[in-house]
Structure formats: structure tokens, C-alpha cells
Design a protein around this ligand. Structure first.
Ligand SMILES: [Fe+2]
Length: 382
């Protein structure tokens, strides 16, 4: 119960964070102006300083140093093209590598344009401004650039918030599920860990697969949500009827997730996590490679956790006993190649078993998305 409360709180916290972020609307945008001609630089500064925070540099090298130090704060840069030491396009090409989101505007003469087309494309320029320019016209162009910057930042923030919300939701569902049965507390998390360990040791696995596998691991028993605790936690032997109800959970899980587009393939994997390599599993008696690889991975992880955790009818078995059982079922219950991988990775299983929370923090793909460097997202300006 405590775990559900904790997760509900973290869910609410996420919502509050999103609202808080969107309320920070008072910071002025920072614009960097780069020009070697003092009169031009002064005109640019005079035009823009009433509405924006403005910093200046008199050549590309100096400007690059400023970008290195304050790039996360800068929204837009206006640079002259013809400058000593470093040309405007070269400077912008460097900026584009470090901070692709900064809006870049190049000051140039009409006659330079043809020669510059290539370099302009390379530095992902937003717009060029012909010299001489009218201050009012410049202000409008800059406003336009700032709007584009804000739009890109909002989109990034929204995507990040969605991922965070998605992760929190999945974790909350998994915890709610684990809380239904005190004996299987933490089961979904540990199955996820063991699945990630196996996948990590396989060839040709990409990050997208790892992300989906993690989601599938956390949700693999979601179909049990509709099954009563009386049956799930029954200490004695299940009746045939009760066993059939338990066996319906993969299909129930699939039905629950099918309507969620992002979880379509995951729902198929859940449906197959009790299939067996020799075709004697359920619900569809799939055989060998007919069973999705992720479901074959989860099957080993699930069995290892079932054996190494205490149940209402027996105490947790030692790692060695679980290992021997998995090796014994190679080619009957489990994919033989995956059992070979398990054998190589078994020490990691034991480590994850001893401290699952720590292991999850260090190896989760979904958590990495949230903890990633937010770059310019750290600055919320409107
Ligand atoms: Fe299951």
C-alpha cells in the first residue's frame, strides 16, 4: 500500500513539475551579437537591448569562447560574415555542432550570397540579413527567430514530459501490480532487470529494443490486475478452475495494451511470456522461434525470479538451485541459445537479485531518458 502511495505522489510531482516549468515566463532571451565593426555592433545592440538581454563579441574566436561558456543560455546569435580570424559561416558551423537549437542569423552583403550558399547550408542558418538594415526590420526578423526558438524548446519539453509521464505511469502500474501479492513484491522490477541482463549479452540488440523490453518486463503480468488476490495469494494448491483463471493473464494483458499504439508490440510479447520452447506453453502453444525473442527472454527472467523469491507455499530457493533448473530446461522450456547466455551472465543475475533498486538505477533505459542532459531545456524562457 505504501508503495502505491509513493508512486501516486511521484505521479503528482511530475504533473506539478510540468506546470511549474510552464509558469517560468519572466526571463529575457539572451542574444549574442558578433561584428568586428564597432558602429555596426553598437547599432545592433541599440536596436535589440530594449527587449532582449544582449552580449557582444568582436570576432568569431571570442564569440566561440562565449558560446562554450554560456551556450545553454543563448537563444539567438547574429554574426557578421566578413570578419578577421574567423568568418561568420565558420563560426556558425562550430556553434551548430555544440548547440544546434540556437537560432543563427548572418549579416551579409547582397554580392556575397552566391559564394556563401554552401557554407550557409552547412551551418544550419535560420536567416541572412542584408546590410545595411533598417532597425525596425531587424527587430521583426529577430522576433520571428525567437518565436521559432521557443516553439522548438516547447516541443522538446513536451516530448520530455511525455516520456517522463510514460515512465512514471509504467512504474506505477508495475508497483500496483506487485502490491497485489505481498509474496511477489518487486517481481516486475526484478524480471525487468534479469531481462535487460540477458539482452545486454546478446548480439545485434539496439536501444529501442532495450526500451521496449524494459517496458514489457515491467508490464509482463499486467493481465493479473483483473484477477482476485484470493487466487493470486492462495497458499494452497489451486483448483483446475483457478489455474485456468491464472493462465488467462497473458491474453488479458494483451487486450489491455493493444489499444495503446506505443505498446502494440509490447502487448504481443506479453501474450507469449508463458509459451515454452517445445510448444507446451500457453496460450497459443507457440514453438521455438515462433515465440517472440523478447517473450523468450522474459520467460527465463520470470522463472529465475519465481524460484529465487519467497512464495506463500515455499521459501526462496538459492541462486544455484535456480541456475541448475534453468540449465536443465534448456531446449524444453527455454530457448537453448538464451540459456547459454544466461550461463555466461548468471553472476550478474545474482548481483541484481541482491540489490535490485541499485541495479535498476544503473541500467534502466527509461530512467536514462529522464536523467539525460537537458541542454537548452534547462532554460525556460517566453
Ligand atoms: Fe506471467
Amino acid at each position: 500500500m505504501l508503495k502505491i502511495q509513493e508512486n501516486t505522489n511521484s505521479y503528482i510531482e511530475t504533473f506539478h513539475k510540468v506546470i511549474e516549468e510552464s509558469n517560468k515566463r519572466n526571463t529575457k532571451h539572451l542574444i549574442l551579437l558578433v561584428d568586428d565593426e564597432p558602429d555596426n555592433l553598437a547599432l545592433l545592440r541599440r536596436t535589440l537591448r530594449s527587449k532582449y538581454e544582449v552580449i557582444t563579441a568582436t570576432n568569431g574566436k571570442e564569440a566561440l569562447e562565449i558560446v562554450k561558456q554560456r551556450g545553454k543560455e543563448i537563444s539567438l546569435i547574429i554574426s557578421d560574415q566578413k570578419m578577421p580570424i574567423m568568418q561568420g559561416t565558420e563560426f556558425f558551423a562550430n556553434v551548430a555542432e555544440m548547440y544546434p537549437d540556437i537560432v543563427k542569423m548572418l549579416l551579409t552583403g547582397h554580392s556575397d550570397i552566391d559564394i556563401l550558399v554552401d557554407s550557409i547550408n552547412k551551418c544550419n542558418l535560420f536567416q541572412y540579413i542584408f546590410k545595411p538594415f533598417e532597425p525596425e526590420e531587424l527587430m521583426l526578423i529577430v522576433q520571428n527567430g525567437i518565436e521559432v526558438f521557443e516553439l522548438a524548446q516547447s516541443k522538446k519539453r513536451m516530448l520530455k514530459d511525455l516520456k517522463e509521464l510514460f515512465y512514471t505511469t509504467i512504474k506505477s502500474i508495475a508497483s500496483a501490480l506487485d502490491a497485489k501479492d505481498t509474496y511477489t513484491h518487486g517481481h516486475s522490477l526484478r524480471v525487468t532487470l534479469y531481462s535487460l541482463i540477458l539482452a545486454k549479452h546478446m548480439n545485434g540488440i539496439n536501444e529501442k529494443f532495450m526500451e521496449e523490453l524494459e517496458t514489457a518486463g515491467l508490464l509482463h503480468d499486467i493481465g493479473k490486475i483483473g484477477i482476485s488476490e484470493g487466487i493470486l495469494c492462495k497458499p494452497g494448491k489451486l483448483s483446475d478452475e483457478e489455474y485456468e483463471i491464472i493462465k488467462s493473464h497473458p491474453e488479458k494483458g494483451k487486450k489491455l495494451l493493444t489499444s495503446i499504439k506505443k505498446l502494440n508490440c509490447v502487448s504481443e510479447w506479453l501474450n507469449s511470456h508463458h509459451e515454452r520452447w517445445d510448444g507446451t506453453g500457453y496460450p497459443n502453444h507457440l514453438k521455438g522461434e515462433e515465440i517472440p525473442i523478447s517473450a523468450r527472454i522474459i520467460a527465463i527472467a520470470d522463472t529465475y525470479d519465481a524460484m529465487t523469491s519467497s512464495r506463500s507455499y515455499r521459501k526462496a530457493l538459492p541462486h544455484e538451485v535456480a541456475r541448475d533448473e534453468i540449465l536443465r530446461c534448456k531446449g524444453t522450456q527455454f530457448d537453448p541459445q538464451l540459456v547459454d547466455i544466461f550461463e555466461k551472465a548468471e553472476k550478474e543475475f545474482a548481483i541484481a537479485h541482491d540489490d535490485p533498486e541499485k541495479y535498476y538505477k544503473e541500467n534502466s533505459i527509461l530512467r536514462q531518458y529522464i536523467a539525460q542532459d537537458e541542454g537548452q531545456l534547462s532554460k525556460v524562457v517566453y
